[in-house]
Design a protein. Structure first.
Length: 350
């Protein structure tokens, strides 16, 4: 083995690494300066995360272009070229995914900063999240397919698969009916705006917040920190409650069963005082009325409002607790009780 056979590959690899490191440094410098001049968007700062895949693509491209002149033994040239091709395809897919992520995240961040409508922001967040995942899935599938097609035996397999594509398509469609249904349901949710990330929903009697939406499943975080994972097709085929639909503002009710002698006017005054002391109350509505009566009690209902589902729960609990405490302290006769005294005689009776 002569010296040239050893030094040439080392020189080529070293040169490729040097060029790659220099190009990566220059790219990072350019992006940092561009980001400093354009502070209104975070795109340039996010694109800095593309530096590792960019360097890998550049280094692999340089090595692939020079591998036949590196002095590698002839029996290994084809294997080295094949390995570099696979690495180049994988790194290119990585770079495309990083670029798509940077563009999507920066666009969403800019839209969220400029739009005060929380419902619109959550709708856009749901759409861009699903679009990003769909693009990532497509890029990965194409990259894997391109890697497989670099092997000649796989080309023959591909030709035979295409020849029987009709039968295989029918079989695959039947076998993957549920998965395809969830996939199209996810796209329908993304662009139909039926449910969004951050929406407050009631599903099968469980109250929670939509935490994650993918192309196939949806995660609801309940009030006690449990996670319910459901197929997205559920939200296109079954009824559910969406408390955030059309706006996050909520109206809630509080009920009491009281004695007929309850001081309703004083209760209305106290209700207003309690609401003024609760920061979660948004000031839109705070009323009290008798909604039903029985031989032993009356049903009193308070209607209160808040900016979202979480705050309305807090307001309802505070009003219920504090008004009951006020009645116990100042008007205990207003609480329901069972009468055990003899009935008054009927007027004029014997």
């Amino acid at each position: 083995m002569d010296t040239d056979t050893v030094l040439r590959p080392i020189a080529v690899v070293g040169g490729a690494l040097a060029v790659t490191l220099l190009a990566g440094w220059l790219l990072d410098l350019l992006l940092r300066r561009t980001d400093a001049r354009h502070g209104e968007t975070s795109l340039w700062a996010r694109l800095r995360h593309c530096r590792p895949p960019f360097q890998l693509v550049l280094c692999t491209t340089l090595l692939y272009g020079a591998h036949r002149r590196m002095g590698i033994p002839r029996e290994y040239v084809f294997a080295v070229g094949r390995a570099l091709t696979l690495v180049l395809i994988g790194s290119a897919a990585w770079l495309l995914v990083r670029i798509a992520t940077a563009v999507v995240d920066s666009s969403y961040a800019r839209y969220a900063a400029q739009n005060p409508d929380d419902a619109r922001v959550r709708r856009v967040r749901t759409q861009v999240t699903l679009i990003h995942r769909a693009v990532t899935a497509v890029v990965v599938v194409v990259a894997v397919a391109a890697m497989l097609l670099t092997f000649p035996p796989m080309r023959a397999v591909g030709a035979s698969v295409l020849a029987s594509a009709g039968v295989l398509g029918i079989v695959a469609g039947i076998a993957a009916q549920s998965s395809l249904g969830n996939l199209f349901a996810g796209l329908q949710i993304a662009f139909g705006d039926t449910v969004r990330i951050g929406d407050t929903v009631v599903v099968d009697g469980e109250w929670g917040t939509v935490e994650e939406i993918t192309l196939t499943f949806l995660v609801v975080r309940t009030w006690d920190e449990r996670r319910i994972t459901m197929p997205v097709s559920y939200f296109t085929g079954k009824p559910y409650e969406n408390w955030s639909r059309g706006g996050a503002q909520m109206t809630g009710t509080v009920f009491w069963h009281l004695d007929h002698s309850a001081p309703l006017d004083l209760m209305r005054e106290r209700l207003h005082e309690i609401l003024e002391e609760i920061p979660e109350w948004d000031g839109r509505t705070g009323t009290l009325a008798v909604t039903d009566t029985t031989p032993h009690t009356i049903q009193v209902r308070a209607v209160v409002t808040a900016k979202d589902a979480t705050d309305i729960w807090t307001v309802r609990c505070q009003v219920r607790e504090r008004l009951i405490g006020w009645l116990l302290a100042h008007h205990p006769y207003a609480l329901p009780r069972i009468a055990t005294a003899p009935a008054d005689p009927r007027p004029g009776g014997s």
